[in-house]
Design a protein around this ligand. Sequence first.
Ligand code: ADP
Ligand code: MG
Length: 238
Amino acid sequence: MVTSIFPLQIRDACLEKSGTQIIGPINLEILDRGCTVVVGPNGSGKTSLLRLMHGLEKASQGYVKWNVPRAQAYASQCYVFQTPVIMRRSVRDNIAYPLLLRGTQRKTALKEADKWLENVGLEASGEKKAHVLSGGERQKLALARALITNPGILFLDEPTTNLDGASTKEIERLIGQAQAAGTRIVMATHDFGQARRLGTDVLFMYRGRIHEICAVDDFFPTPSTEEARAFIGGEIVL
Ligand SMILES: Nc1ncnc2c1ncn2[C@@H]1O[C@H](COP(=O)(O)OP(=O)(O)O)[C@@H](O)[C@H]1O
Ligand SMILES: [Mg+2]
């Protein structure tokens, strides 16, 4: 039996940049099911928390520990940036790339990429150079490239910022589909509607710390802190 990468345990973790602590101490456990939405004011540390969890940043104090060795955990995670990184090659090759990296034969990888092109609605664009895609199409490409590896956990940093309603709906459908297929989702968003549609639990970041964490159905109607209430109400909280 393959050992699960979960739980992810974060204990007293802090992140420093240029000698300043930007988040922490963070204490958090992530189990294998659900979709955690990370919300909070600009600069509250949402992106930094995702980067710390994924291992793009190293804790200056405390630790971030998976249930399996780091390299094994890393191979089972994907991170979709707010502005996706697009390689200067075709859309199909972009999507097939993670499989090629893992040693899959090119023919098999391209066949799998074709399935994903269809799933994300880019089947007519497979041969296009990826950098000609629109913002919404780029985000779909980034998701297909992440999901083709069947990750145990997917981190998304505000995946629909600057996208129109139709693209947002499509991206949300793909995230929901991934969750239904068993991928754990952790997503930063500033869109409360999206948080309610996709989230199972909410993690409210405030001044670099987890200020509140609870079920999504409790957070929006009945936040337990004054800061969360002010944030949901649209008052500026810094
Ligand atoms: N590389 C960095 N160097 C110095 N400060 C940073 C760096 N990255 C982020 N910060 C600071 O850390 C805080 C949290 O940033 P971030 O995680 O991007 O917040 P959010 O995603 O919630 O907007 C901000 O005050 C930001 O200015
Ligand atoms: Mg951010």
